[in-house]
Design a protein around this ligand. Structure first.
Ligand code: PHE
Ligand code: ZN
Length: 890
């Protein structure tokens, strides 16, 4: 192992760089096997730092020449770094020329310069630029870039980099060149180049400010007809950032390029965003409503980074949430604003909270728990997490809640006034919001509020109520605590905004307000309340906490029927379901098939499903049972197969008891006319799909209960709908209904689906994922997954494909993965070890599938520990995987 590869990096150790790089002139001779890179830089010493040698980061580079001010110089390589000790004295800038080569075709990590489908792409965040050339590869070193690309013209007709195209032309031997200049200084992680056979959709726009811009979406030749939605999303993004925050596009040209080989979702390189095809390509025939909405979010997200990330960037990688938390918050707001109506906004909010609670809460309670602003890391790639992103967004959202929308907009303006063009910290952001709101409660609470950045773990808020009949006084006591997390035994109280309402027994709203909880415990008094009210607490999910309150079923039913806050209305339904699931799981001896849901609950679900005015999308959310992982988090000790069996049995009950209602829901929602992915028709398709699944489930037991509903016709209807569907949403929902219900028509439908879409990689990913994620029936999924890995279309080197099979099984199918015979864990450890040398980032994400092993019941717990230990025992693990498994075993 090389030096420097094994050491933990601490936030507290931050030091300014010893040198600044002012300009970079890069020249690439692109060749898959051996690309030559000439890097000419102008550097100067940082006068604020004690004189020291220049240490440039590098990784997997072949160095052939180093010149200082045009002269050869002595250098050494130390721990992968290029070290120059004999540099000119004094403050004068000097020129450094470095000539290296690299091998893009061998780059399976997809970091740095790599080849995908015979095109060149780069990925530099967080530390990929050092795989392209020697550099001060850290975000606080911001330079002006000029980039010249040279390549074979026939094979690589399109040559792109950041900024503006200033020159292009022919060279000898069928080669050509293009020169790009980025007018903005940037850190190296925002550098990008693309070269290949690509086509683009173009759009000229005029901004509010009257400036003209060229927007382009580049894809492989055959995919142009799938770019309209991404382009629309981009135009919406440009308009939204101007309207909501007064932030305009600062470049003449803004490009998005899609690649099918990408580790993450997308990347905000200045003026040249590079996207996973999954978040660009969509047509009604190949993409679902969810895909369409994800594309809108991700296009928005990357575009919004142009200000929150690029114009103002991070001082160091511990500040990652400065750009990510803020930009997720912005993309969430963007999607809500585009959704329009209050009910559609609420649906988006519920979906976002569901992600937070099913993915981030477990992370915050497990071995990888870390603050939104982490204090240490071994491998920064492991900290692109739901905590930094989604919890970080909640922290920004609380700021907006506390200072109001206008106060927040003022804070953003001040943030850019102060920090445009600089690399700053999370503290700088919070300070700007506070300073723009002088005299506000937020300003006063700022030091305490910032604990959201420094303390890990999900706070628990416990609510206890007391009603005094004679005086009509109602008291609500709110207490907070936060469990210990690795390295943080004791936590101080947080600032927790809590949306509150009180409902009368008949469901009418008595009062509503925002309370800011700052103490460990506080009691609120409501005088003059006539009859014990029903409290609606944490409305809108106003803070990322776990709310504990001993709600009675009657109270929850009142909230579900009447709460004016749609979030808490939905939440009441979730609590009703959680309480029932926990009760069933407590009855260890009861077979899941004996589970019966009580009538009040069934009737409540029926009245939602039959409700005359509620949106279909909202109904679908209410009728969806809490996820297995979410249920697991409510338990001290988890038997994932039992959780799965109980949840499936509850679903089966809903299917049977509400059969006529599902039929009605299907009939009234199944025809959405010409395809438009707007919130209303998406909601209707979602509910129709859900109804179809339940109708097929009811048919499973239908032989006995065949009545007026004639359940056994539904699988046939689903198959027909699968064949006739005019869009992928309806088609895939029908296919899923057959697969989930375990119907015999699933097999021919899957076969047909593959035949129809064998040339559409993103659709094949769905095909793989559906099978790897299907409900387990007697341990059938693992053998199916192994077979899928032998399918000619499987390729472990393609991250999307690896995720569609391996992750869909290990991370998204707990009932099938946690097998008592431990074969799932063996499979997991083999795949982690297989992936690690190919792509450590993907391997490390997979490694996290066993994060919560300590909660498992025996013998799963011991088996899981053994599997993790087996991975940890391998010498030469990447930092990525080693950090994850070491923490898991700690
Ligand atoms: N910065 C990207 C985003 O969130 C995510 C990313 C990180 C992509 C690292 C690639 C590599 O928008
Ligand atoms: Zn981002």
């Amino acid at each position: 192992m090389r030096d420097g590869q094994n050491s933990v990096i601490y936030r507290a150790d931050y030091q300014a760089p010893a040198y600044w790089i002012d300009t970079v002139d890069l020249c690439f001779d692109l060749d898959p096997a051996k690309t030559r890179v000439l890097n000419k830089m102008k550097l100067r010493r940082n006068a604020d730092v004690a004189p020291q040698p220049l240490r440039l980061d590098g990784e997997e580079l072949n160095l052939s020449r180093v010149l200082v001010n045009g002269q050869g110089t002595s250098f050494k390589i130390d721990g992968g770094q290029l070290v120059l000790e004999n540099l000119p004295e004094g403050d004068q800038p000097f020129e450094l020329e470095i000539f290296t080569t690299c091998a893009p075709v061998k780059n399976t990590k997809l970091m740095g310069l790599y080849v995908s489908n015979d095109s060149f792409f780069t990925q530099c965040e967080a530390e990929g630029f050092r795989r392209i050339t020697y550099f001060l590869d850290r975000p606080d070193v911001m330079a002006s870039y000029t980039v010249t690309l040279r390549a074979d013209k026939a094979r690589y007709p399109v040559l792109l980099s950041n900024g503006n195209l200033v020159d292009q032309g022919k060279l000898d031997d069928g080669r050509h060149f293009a020169r790009w200049v980025d007018p903005f200084r940037k850190p190296s992680y925002l550098f990008a180049l693309v070269a290949g056979q690509l086509v683009c959709r173009e759009q000229r726009i005029t901004s509010r400010a009257g400036k003209e811009h060229l927007l382009q979406v580049y894809v492989r030749p055959g995919d142009l007809d799938k770019t309209e939605h991404a382009m629309n999303a981009l135009m919406d993004s440009v308009a939204w950032d101007e309207a909501r925050f007064g932030l305009s596009l600062d470049l003449e040209r803004f490009m998005i390029v899609a690649t099918s080989d990408f580790n993450m979702g997308a990347m905000e390189n200045k003026g040249l965003n590079i996207f996973n095809t999954k978040y660009v390509l969509a047509s009604q025939a190949t993409a679902t409503d969810t895909d369409f909405s994800n594309i809108e979010s991700v296009v928005g997200h990357e575009y919004f980074h142009n200000w929150t990330g690029n114009r103002v960037t991070c001082r160091d990688w511990f500040q990652l949430s400065l750009k990510e938390g803020l930009t997720v918050f912005r993309d969430q707001e963007f999607s809500q604003d585009l959704a329009g109506e209050a009910s559609a906004r609420a649906v988006k909010r519920i979906e976002d909270v569901r992600v937070l609670r099913t993915a981030q809460f477990p992370e915050d309670a497990g071995p990888m728990a870390h603050p939104v602003r982490p204090d240490q890391y071994l491998e920064i790639n492991n900290f692109y997490t739901v905590t930094v992103y989604e919890k970080g967004a909640e922290v920004v959202r609380m700021m907006q809640t506390l200072v109001g929308r206008e106060g927040f907009a003022r804070g953003m303006t001040l943030y850019f006034e102060r920090h445009d063009g600089h690399a700053v910290t999370c503290d700088d952001f919070a300070q700007a919001i506070a300073d723009a709101n002088p005299g506000s409660q937020f300003e006063q609470l700022l030091p305490q509020f910032k604990r959201w950045y420094s303390q890990a773990g999900t706070p628990r808020v416990t609510a206890v109520t007391q009603y005094d009949e004679p005086t009509g006084e109602y008291r609500l006591t709110l207490s907070q605590s936060c469990p210990p997390t690795p390295g943080q035994e004791h936590k101080e109280p947080f600032v927790i905004p809590i949306g509150l309402g009180l409902l009368a027994a008949d469901g009418s709203e008595l009062t509503s307000r925002m309370h800011v909880l700052t103490q460990a415990s506080e009691t609120l008094t409501f005088p003059g309340i006539d009859g014990e009210p029903v409290p609606s607490i944490l409305r809108g999910f106003s803070a990322p906490v776990i709310l504990e309150h001993a709600y009675t079923d009657a109270q929850l039913l009142t909230l579900l029927a009447h709460d004016t806050d749609p979030f808490n209305r939905w939440e009441a339904g979730q609590r009703l379901a959680v309480n029932r699931a926990l009760a069933f799981m407590g009855q260890q001896a009861m077979p899941a098939s004996d589970i019966r849901l009580d009538q009040p609950y069934i009737e409540a679900m029926r009245s939602i499903l039959r409700h005359p005015t509620l949106d279909s999308a909202f109904k679908e959310l209410v009728l969806t049972l809490p996820a297995e992982t979410y249920l697991g988090e409510q338990l001290q000790e988890v038997d994932p197969q039992r959780v799965h069996a109980v949840r499936e049995a509850m679903r089966q009950q809903l299917a049977q008891q509400l059969q006529a209602d599902w039929q009605c829901a299907f009939e009234t929602n199944s025809d959405t006319g010409g395809y438009v992915p707007d919130p209303v028709s998406c909601g209707r398709r979602a509910l129709a799909g859900m109804a179809l699944t339940h109708l097929c489930l009811a048919a499973r037991s239908g032989a006995h209960s065949a009545g007026p509903g004639q359940p056994d016709v539904w699988p046939g209807k689903a198959y027909q709908r699968f064949k006739d569907a005019a869009n992928m949403t309806d088609r895939f929902n029908a296919l899923s209904a057959l697969v989930i219900s375990g119907n015999e028509l699933a097999a021919p439908a899957l076969q047909k689906f593959h035949a129809l879409f064998k040339d559409e990689p993103l659709v094949l990913d769905k095909w793989f994922a559906l099978q790897a994620g299907q409900p387990d029936r007697g341990g059938n999924v693992l053998p199916a997954v192994k077979q899928l890995m032998n399918h000619p279309d499987f390729n472990i080197r393609n991250p999307n494909r690896a995720r569609s099979v391996i992750f869909s099984y290990c991370s998204a199918n707990p009932g099938a993965f946690h097998r008592p015979d431990a074969a799932g864990y063996v499979f997991w450890s083999e795949r982690v070890l297989e992936l690690d040398p190919i792509n450590p980032q993907v391997a490390a994400r997979l490694a996290r599938a066993l994060d919560r092993w300590k909660k498992l019941v025996e013998p799963l717990r011991s088996a899981a520990r053994e599997a993790i230990a087996r991975v940890a025992a391998k010498p030469d693990l990447s930092n990525d995987v080693r950090e994850v498994v070491t923490r898991a075993l700690a």
